[in-house]
Design a protein around this ligand. Structure first.
Ligand code: ADP
Ligand code: MG
Length: 274
């Protein structure tokens, strides 16, 4: 195979090194009252370095389950999860998590303390941890609240701190589970734009869970659509370059995703999909 120019220079390796993440015919279930209940029946997709992959599906379609398995917190009952050639990896700082909940920060630590703490845990000395934490907090526009405590911040600011904390450890992959789902529409829009910028800047690979079609199209390069119970990957839709409602192809991608989700009989006019 000759060298390829189809993908922009990824931060870690080239396309020839293979996918950063391989989710290969994965099934995952839970124990409920002594019984095994399948949640995900069959999920297969790849994530290449530098890509922005969205996991889209209705509530209960196993999005969080898949993300947790990629994080190493849940073991698949069938199939493989391979991160950079390593099968079924343990949790580690190469896959940083940001959740929907505003309470994911340490309430007894300042903003600066929240971001520098994981850096200390992975071995940075005090000065370096501080320097790196400040750098990422500045990138997220939080320079003025370094010494504030989480309870003094708005929801949007807390999520910014969580993003800074996740990126400061220089992860291979940023795993985000509906991080903007509990924000008001205006704040959500602002954070979406900030995320696009910081992902471009750090070239981190993004795996982002959402149930919003618009969010998936705006933020993603490709959208992995989940549906059914237990769920399967229904289709993987290319949405690269569709960074605004005026982009050619935006409406088509939106319609395609709507159609795929409608197959599950979801109420597209309800609160579940914007
Ligand atoms: P999503 O994130 O797409 O809303 P989840 O991954 O949270 O979906 O859940 C998928 C399915 O697995 C649902 O039917 C849910 O009830 C079930 N489930 C999720 N977490 C647990 C758990 N800890 N114990 C038992 N069942 C669970
Ligand atoms: Mg979820």
């Amino acid at each position: 195979m000759t060298s390829t120019t189809t993908v922009e220079t990824p931060r870690d390796g080239t396309r020839d090194d293979g996918p950063l993440l391989l989710v290969d015919r994965v099934a995952i279930g839970y124990q409920r009252q002594g019984r095994h209940v399948p949640a995900v029946a069959d999920a297969t997709f790849e994530v290449w370095p530098g890509e922005k992959i969205m996991l889209l599906g209705p509530s209960g379609s196993g999005k969080s389950t898949i993300l947790k398995a990629i994080g190493g917190f849940l073991r698949p009952t069938a199939g493989r999860i391979v991160v950079r050639g390593r099968d079924t990896p343990e949790p580690g700082p190469d896959r940083a998590f940001v959740f929907q909940e505003f309470d994911q920060l340490f309430p007894w630590r300042t903003v600066l303390g929240n971001v520098s703490y994981p850096l200390r845990v992975i071995g940075a000395d005090r000065a370096r941890a501080r320097r790196q934490a400040v750098e990422f907090l500045e990138l997220m526009g939080l320079k003025d609240v370094l010494d504030s405590y989480p309870h003094q911040l708005s929801g949007g600011m807390k999520q910014r701190v969580a993003i800074a904390r996740a990126l400061a450890v220089d992860p291979l992959m940023l795993l985000m589970d509906e991080p903007f789902g509990a924000l008001d529409a205006q704040t959500r829009g602002r954070l979406q734009r900030e995320l696009v910028q910081i992902v471009a800047r750090t070239r981190v690979t993004l795996l982002f869970v959402t149930h919003s079609i618009d969010e998936a199209v705006l933020l993603g390069d490709r959208v992995v659509v989940l549906g059914g119970r237990p769920s399967q990957v229904k289709e993987i839709v290319d949405v690269s370059g569709l960074d605004g409602p005026d982009a050619p192809g935006f409406a088509d991608a939106r319609h395609r995703l709507r159609a795929l989700l409608a197959e599950d009989g979801e109420d597209l006019h309800g609160a579940v999909f914007e």
